[in-house]
Design a protein around this ligand. Structure first.
Ligand code: GLN
Length: 314
């Protein structure tokens, strides 16, 4: 038995409400700089079908890089293991938008969760279509995973990033020179910026992550991915999901997680829970300050970890 999860959630919400050090809201995407940093939300979808929520769990936020998990899932469905000819599977040890490593490694990104890797994934998902086709497919996929047709794209956020995403333009152009981006750069980035601008609440995000706790099964029946693919996506989240802070996240929290600069984190306890936390203030590595703290507290109180046996009676 998981020890009183609703009590733990309530305690975490109280503790996060009182926290002094809340990090800094991302300002390089102007639209995100407007978000009130005083917010915190948490939602936990359990394998036995419960959903627990606390704080601002129903407030929509920009999922940003968390979308890279869903985009990767789609791209693997399209091209399978051929994806790994174009994107690596190693932690980068660098910032999410680093350019220097890409030059040393001849336009092949370290992994699908740094920006360069996600841009290659967006290129795969574009697959010869117009961006609106790929974006529509992505949105339908996320709605299907969450079981919620209300999930939508925030066009103002997408436009804000299109107007200011100069580093991503540099990354994409650089990879285009190596033929690792194959469509025109503006189409690839149009796809990428729109997937990042998907807005979800903690509740919707926790629901969307359920296939990763269920070995690839959709909770309503059918399969999203094979068990092996679900395990591999979880492995990449653990090793690469927090960029150059992935080791620290594994050390402190001990479960696969993917962060976004909107302040959200999706975290998976295989066989037990899909968790979404959100607080807009970021730490120096661009990961949610309070979101990480909340997951650390949750893992500690529940005993959830991929590095230890299931908690007693669970
Ligand atoms: N859209 C953001 C970017 O490309 C995503 C980064 C993130 O969430 N870490 O910069």
């Amino acid at each position: 038995m998981t020890p009183d999860l609703d009590v733990i959630v309530a305690d975490i919400v109280t503790a996060m409400g009182a926290a002094d050090e809340r990090g800094t809201v991302a300002s390089y995407i102007p639209e995100l700089a407007k978000i009130d940093p005083g917010q915190f939300g948490i939602a936990i979808a359990t394998a036995d079908g419960r959903i627990l929520t606390g704080g601002d769990a129903e407030t929509g936020f920009s999922i940003q890089s968390i979308s890279k998990v869903f985009a990767l899932t789609l791209a693997l469905g399209k091209v399978g293991d051929q994806l790994w000819d174009r994107v690596g599977r190693e932690p980068s040890g660098n910032a999410f938008n680093s350019i220097v490593q890409l030059e040393q490694e001849h336009g092949m990104p370290r992994n699908p969760f740094i920006n360069a890797g996600a841009i290659v994934v967006a290129d795969v998902n574009l697959g010869g279509h117009q961006p609106r086709v790929a974006i529509g497919e992505m949105l339908r996929f996320v709605r299907y995973l969450a079981g919620d047709d209300e999930v939508a794209i925030n066009e103002a956020v997408a436009a804000s990033e299109t107007a200011t995403g100069f580093r991503n333009m540099a990354l994409a152009n650089y990879m285009r020179a190596f033929d690792n981006v194959r469509h025109p750069v503006d189409l690839v980035l149009g796809t990428y910026f729109h997937q990042c601008a998907i807005e979800m609440s903690c509740r919707q995000l926790a629901l969307a992550g359920r296939y990763l706790m269920l070995d690839g099964r959709h909770p309503e029946g059918g399969r999203v991915v094979s068990p092996r693919r679900a395990r591999r996506i979880n492995a990449l989240m653990l090793t690469c999901g927090h960029y150059d802070a992935s080791g620290d996240f594994a050390f402190r929290v001990g479960i696969p997680g993917k962060s976004g600069v909107g302040g959200g984190i999706l975290a998976i306890v295989p066989g037990r829970a899909s968790i979404a936390v959100w607080s807009p203030g970021l730490n120096a590595s661009g990961n949610s300050q309070l979101g990480t703290l909340a997951l650390e507290e949750l893992a500690q109180r529940t005993g959830w970890s991929v590095f230890s046996p299931p908690p007693e009676g669970d």
